[in-house]
Design a protein around this ligand. Structure first.
Ligand code: SF4
Length: 465
């Protein structure tokens, strides 16, 4: 599973800042759960609705339209979304104006019947490939009919829709380069909720990156479920992910470029060579391994062995010695025995990941694993294994940060430190968080920082003048 899918509540409760729209007559509150792809989709939805006269509010209680962009990856996300929809239903029932509630995203297909008919929580249900249809669906809902479109498309990439940037920090933005996934990892629901893989025209991606830069963004993360299988064919030839990276890096040398997520079976040396060549492509790769056991990897249908994975790590270190590497790990997948778990710990020790997203396996409906395997590792055992993985990673993360102490790091300033607005928070190329006292810099500046110490999660230092 890729970190895209796993990052929890990346945009929970975030409000959208729409551009001034003098004809705006209605207000929109949108809340997103799950991955960065959902975050990015919410920007597309905001753009579509701006043309329909919507502006935004941060207060669900005053909105004409409440949208919840959902994630189906984890069971607790589902429980949480249902709870939120119940809260919004109460707001709607107390409001003295008509309010519409809609559910978007990955849960739409699976839970449409419950949300619409059985629990009557929402008026509109829209799947990830049907956002262009939102205006029609909303008109239908306004006239009292429950409306739904969860059709998946083989072509939709929203390439021509300029997203309205969710102004989280105004410095780091996301650009989707593809949609869907053709892999069938047995634990993953994405191929069923987001459909077949399709890639966007590189020129439209470049244009979106350039627009973001002109709006003040200084870092862009290119998003796809598996960026390494990016492939766009046209009359002029075929563009692969390495070509896309090169195109953006050359045209926008002052924009930092990140990407997520890479797939071990598809990551090529070409991509690594391009990364090594351009200083504005950040030296950070998220490469989900999931397990260190070949038999577990086979049941997961990941398409690689641990030896293959380690070979890819070797290639990264060969081409980009200063590259940070993070991963995803699932503990307690179907049939995982104690020695499989030990192999995961051993692989972690071999690689020394800078960072990891770690989860206990939770069976998702419709997946291959649900149909084919028994979820047979007891919850307590899954939990114990997860704690062991977390403890080991904690040490590795601490060591990974310690190695920066005594070095100078270029840091892109993202905003105030959470703990004190007398300090800045930014990240270096390797995605490590850096905290340092404010002088005369501003958000979005890239500054050189001398690293004086580290914690388990961040680097501390002072700007070099
Ligand atoms: S099926 Fe696709 S999205 Fe799901 S974990 Fe595998 S590569 Fe990622």
């Amino acid at each position: 599973m890729n970190s895209n899918e796993l990052l929890p509540e990346a945009l929970q409760g975030s409000s959208l800042k729409l551009k001034d729209n003098p004809s705006a007559t209605k207000t929109l509150f949108i809340e997103s759960y799950g991955c960065q792809m959902n975050f990015s989709d919410s920007e597309i939805v905001a753009s579509i609705l701006q043309n329909e006269g919507y502006t935004t509010t941060t207060q669900a209680g005053s909105a004409d339209l409440i949208l919840v962009n959902t994630c189906a990856i984890r069971d607790n996300a589902e429980i949480r979304v249902r709870q939120r929809l119940q809260d919004y239903k109460k707001i709607k029932s107390k409001s003295d104006k008509p309010v519409l509630i809609g559910v978007l995203g990955c849960m739409a297909e699976r839970l449409k019947k419950q949300f619409l008919e059985e629990e009557r929580l929402v008026d509109v249900v829209v799947g990830p490939d049907a956002y262009r249809d939102l205006p029609r669906l909303l008109h239908e809902a306004e006239s009292g009919r429950q409306s739904i479109n969860v059709l998946l498309s083989k072509e939709e990439t929203y390439a021509d829709i300029a997203p309205l940037r969710l102004d989280q920090n105004g410095v780091s933005g996301f650009v989707s380069i593809m949609r869907g996934c053709d892999n069938m990892c047995s634990f993953c629901v994405v191929p069923f909720t987001r459909g077949r893989e399709r890639s966007r025209d590189p020129q439209s991606i470049l244009q979106e990156c350039e627009d973001a830069y002109n709006q003040g963004y200084r870092e862009i993360t290119l998003l796809g479920q598996n960026v390494d299988s990016y492939k766009f064919s046209s009359n002029t030839g075929i563009a692969l992910f390495s070509d896309l990276l090169k195109l953006i890096a050359e045209h926008l040398p002052n924009l930092w470029i990140r990407f997520s997520t890479s797939h071990p079976k598809d990551m090529t040396d070409d991509v690594l060579q391009v990364m090594a060549l351009y200083p504005n492509i950040c030296k950070y790769i998220h490469l989900p391994v999931q397990s260190g056991s070949d038999s577990v990897l086979e049941r997961m249908n990941r398409g690689y062995t641990s030896a293959w994975y380690l070979n890819r790590i070797k290639a990264i270190r060969h081409f980009i010695p200063d590259c940070a590497i993070s991963t995803d790990i699932i503990t307690g997948f179907c049939g995982e025995n104690p020695s499989d778990h030990q192999e995961t710990l051993q692989l972690m020790k071999t690689v020394n990941f800078d960072f990891a997203y770690m989860f206990m396996y939770s069976e998702r409906p419709k997946t291959l694993a649900e149909r084919k395997y028994t979820d047979d590792v007891p919850e307590t055992e899954k939990h114990i294994r997860l704690q062991e993985v977390i403890a080991l990673q904690r040490e590795h993360s601490k060591n990974a940060l310690q190695k920066y102490v005594g070095t100078n790091q270029w840091v892109l300033i993202e905003g105030d430190s959470k703990k004190s607005n007398a300090f800045w928070m930014g990240r270096n190329s390797q995605n490590a968080v850096v905290i340092f006292p404010k002088l005369d810099e501003k958000k979005g500046d890239r500054v050189n920082v001398s690293i004086t110490s580290s914690t388990y999660t961040a680097l501390l230092g002072n700007r070099i003048l």
